[in-house]
Unconditional design. Structure first.
Ligand code: F6R
Length: 608
């Protein structure tokens, strides 16, 4: 969703801002704008098209003179995508320029008050109240005006602000919306995510809620929510810009699919000592684990699907009730959680609004919260009692692949670790499981080598308008993800069904030629799945089965079959999902869809 960049230094700002905005394009946006400041005032340029349009109209930024600036990509919430609604917004005198992420919940009452005082609004946005408030509270002190303004705001915001009277200063502040400060000896940067600034500096500071940062070319001072100067730690980003570039692939999605073996390896290997799992980074221990009588896993979209895998695995190894819940449901259903509940929150971005709200709800109830997050320093990571990072590196494609698989990899580690702590599974069996988990990256590589087979399969199916994915237990969990992958990037309707549930209504949709993908990697229930295959075949379905090598019975009953390498049933999801990611990719490609930025979707869903 919306993205912010800001720069103050000794070099021209515009080119840097435009580059930063391009790095944020993946988040999804419908309009964009930049403002560059100098002793001669502001120059503002906006577009309702791509960043490239801004680059063209400003000659790659050369027409905008100044070494301080802010930029924004907007994903419309209040007011349609339009030139006037695009950021930056200014006050009536053009003294302040503001870009904003988040939602100002009390903007209607603030706008009413400002209109009564004679202010004229030019946009339909919630954001525009901010520059007008700044003008109202400005008596020559930029910082004071910002402090007084944010004190009036309710809701969520990350703000970058320029003041015409103070052309060497950039002020940034945040509350419930991400904002990262990048520091260097002769320039300071801000961005809503690291990808926009890692090209310039790897030293970053994660701002806390309520922080206000005042930056010049060679200084930065952070004030906390009480207005006191504070030292926030500076962290070093461990990856470089190549990780956020396509690296020879046509799309980020294909690059990220191929990165999965490495991403999983990076996520698990650093936590395996000898033959055991060790989580040095969390406070959770055996004593605390013993106090829990249930686990709730809460997330959205694919992260929720990873949670469903986690539910089956943790229940099997820990014999403790586990619920997997959709965050937007959990947050409003007065969940039954208390100090005896462990709530596992899963989020690649760490910024998903519903997931963050669910986490806060769980904390209010007294539950212990452990988050599984990819983006270091994100809001969810910060707000949780404990965090386990998936070391997947930046994920740029909107449709998650390595984000999802590394979440599952961590859930396996967690289950193996907790089962050992609690003694709920045989130690030898846990050793074997861990050893098998370590073979998964190499097995994924073997599937990736068969991408051409999947490409051919996709070619034959591009005309399909609706299809089904069926499975049981862990196969059903993967079916949900396979169906979502196809829907979101190829716009083809599909449904994931628990195979045993078809006959309770939905089987009426099975007719001659209907494509049904049967997921049958979970060997304990392979014979049950075989009955479901026969059931849909006898009604005319075309069945394509994905199963473990050696499952000859399924091959006999199916129209087509794709084999994944053999593994323990518990780890099937990590292998079984790969062919479906590749398949979805090629169906979208053959249908001419925008694979990395599917319509209507944003990478990081920071609004409800
Ligand atoms: C689908 C996808 C989404 C996300 C969901 C949660 O490919 O990426 O369904 O999984 O929006 O996002 P995070 O994990 O960032 O909380």
């Amino acid at each position: 969703m919306c993205g912010i960049v800001g720069f103050v230094g000794k070099k021209p700002a515009a080119g840097l801002l435009l580059d930063g905005l391009e790095k944020l394009e993946y988040r999804g946006y419908d309009s964009a704008g930049i403002c560059v400041g100098s002793n001669n005032g502001f120059q503002i340029e906006k577009t309702t098209e791509r960043i490239q349009t801004l680059k063209n109209s400003t000659h790659n930024g050369e027409y905008l003179v100044g070494s301080v600036g802010i930029g924004h990509t907007r994903w419309a919430t209040h007011g349609a995508p339009s030139y006037y609604n695009a950021h930056p917004h200014t006050d009536m005198d053009g003294r302040f320029a503001v870009v904003h992420n988040g939602i100002i919940e009390n903007y209607l009452s603030l706008a009413k008050e400002l209109k009564r005082e004679g202010v004229t609004f030019v946009s339909e946005t919630d954001t525009e109240v901010i520059p007008h408030l700044l003008a109202k509270y400005y008596h020559g002190d930029f910082l004071e005006a910002v402090q007084k303004t944010v004190a009036r705001l309710e809701g969520s915001y990350a703000l970058a602000i320029l003041c015409r009277d103070d052309p060497d200063t950039l002020i940034a502040t945040r509350r419930f919306s991400p904002l990262i400060l990048g520091v260097s000896s002769d320039a300071n940067y801000i961005a809503s995510d690291v990808t926009a600034l890692v090209n310039h500096t790897k030293d970053v500071l994660y701002m806390e809620d309520g922080d206000i940062a005042v930056m010049t070319a060679d200084s930065h001072t952070v004030y906390d929510k009480l207005g006191q100067p504070v030292e926030r730690p500076i962290s070093r980003v461990t990856w470089d810009i190549a990780a956020a570039e396509k690296g020879g692939y046509d799309h980020f999605m294909m690059k990220e699919i191929n990165e999965q073996p490495k991403a999983i390896e990076q996520t698990i290997e650093c936590r395996i000592k000898e033959r055991h799992v060790e989580f040095d980074e969390i406070a959770l221990d055996r004593k605390k684990l013993e106090q829990f009588n249930k686990i709730q896993i809460v997330a959205c979209g694919s992260a929720y699907h990873a949670g469903v895998v986690g539910k089956y695995v943790i229940e099997e190894l820990l014999r403790i009730p586990v619920e997997a819940d959709i965050a937007s449901e959990y947050r409003y259903r007065d969940p039954l959680a208390d100090e005896h509940t462990l709530v596992i929150i899963i989020s690649q971005s760490g910024e998903t609004a519903d997931t963050l709200a669910a986490l806060q709800e769980a904390k209010r109830k007294g539950a212990y919260t452990l988050s599984i997050v990819n983006v270091v320093g994100s809001s969810i990571a910060k707000a949780s009692d404990d965090v386990l990072y998936t070391w997947a590196g930046p994920e740029i494609a909107v449709a998650t692949t390595k984000g999802y698989s590394t979440q599952i990899a961590l859930l396996y580690l967690f289950a193996i670790w907790a089962a050992r702590q609690l003694g709920t599974a045989d130690r030898h069996e846990l050793h074997q499981l861990l050893a098998e988990l370590r073979t998964i990256p190499e097995k994924i590589d073997r599937i990736l080598d068969q991408a051409d087979t999947l490409k051919e399969m996709a070619k034959r199916l591009t005309r399909t308008d609706s299809l089904f994915f069926i499975g049981r237990n862990l196969d059903y969990a993967v079916a949900m993800e396979a169906s979502l992958k196809l829907k979101e990037i190829s716009y083809i309707h599909s449904e994931a069904y628990a195979a045993g549930e078809l006959k309770h209504g939905t089987i009426s949709l099975i007719e001659k030629g209907r494509v049904v993908f049967a997921l049958s990697g979970y060997e304990k229930l392979a014979d049950k799945l075989l009955s479901n295959i026969k059931e849909v075949k006898s009604r005319g379905a075309t069945v394509i089965t994905v199963t473990q090598e050696g499952n000859m019975l399924a091959a006999k009953e199916s129209d087509d079959i794709f084999y994944i390498p053999r593994t323990h049933s518990l780890f099937v999801p990590l292998l079984e999902v790969i062919p479906f990611q590749i398949y979805a990719y090629y169906v979208a490609l053959f249908n001419g869809c925008d694979i990395d930025k599917p319509r209507n979707l944003a990478k990081s869903v920071t609004v409800e």
